[in-house]
Design a protein. Structure first.
Length: 218
């Protein structure tokens, strides 16, 4: 069996800039992750993530959510497109839509998301400002498996950054994104090496159930 045949297939969903997508593309090109991105799908035609995909020779697909009567129809169409690539893993990289339970169930255990907060804190939007407003000492990002609960799936890995006095929201967001671009490819690498799984709604790495905050580095 060749190394090529062992490659995992990944489909990435984006809505915007796709900086995390680019980090994944870069790590795959540098052979740090034994995988192939089979397609990048965006719900926004203007998503720069589609341009990143095209420049990397990856099929770039726009599926406009406004063309469907409701969320259920859109997610069903998207799932049908994704299934054509028979992916081992679906990666949400700034995909700004709430997924239906049917879609999540269809890809249960093989869909990851990255969220800009130290979950379970600050699910949803505007996480950086919320952390500043709460006068938190630290903030960060979490990679987690996707479950029907919004930003509620088991956490695999978190990375923390300090919140400084008079911290500007955009500066904090930039620092968190720097961490995201390091941690997301690492978690994807674990999954593609069959080290990471979701079992009984728990994140399991190297056959060990991870703590609520995920894998502890250092």
């Amino acid at each position: 069996m060749t190394q090529q045949s062992l490659q995992k297939s990944i489909v990435v969903l984006v809505s915007g800039n796709g900086s995390n997508l680019q980090a994944i593309i870069d790590d795959i090109s540098q052979l740090k992750i034994n995988a192939k991105i089979s397609a990048v799908i965006a719900n926004q035609a203007t998503a720069y993530g589609l341009t990143r995909a095209e420049e990397a020779g990856i099929p770039a697909i726009h599926i406009d959510h406004k063309s469907f009567a409701n969320r259920e129809e859109y997610d069903a169409a998207m799932a049908s497109h994704i299934d054509q690539y028979a992916p081992n893993l679906i990666v949400l990289a700034g995909f700004m839509r709430i997924l239906t339970p049917a879609f999540v169930a269809h890809f249960q255990g093989r869909m990851l998301n990255i969220h800009p907060s130290l979950l379970p804190k600050y699910k949803g939007l505007n996480t950086h400002q919320r952390a500043i407003d709460a006068k938190d000492n630290e903030h960060g990002a979490s990679v987690h498996f996707v479950t029907p609960e919004l930003d509620g799936g088991p956490v695999v890995l978190q990375s923390k950054v300090p919140i400084f006095d008079q911290q500007e929201t955009q500066e904090l967001a930039d620092r968190v994104q720097q961490q995201e671009r390091q941690m997301y490819p690492l978690v994807i690498k674990w999954f593609c090496e069959d080290r990471l799984k979701m079992i009984d709604n728990k994140a399991v790495l190297d056959n060990k159930i991870l703590a609520e905050e995920g894998y502890a580095i250092g």
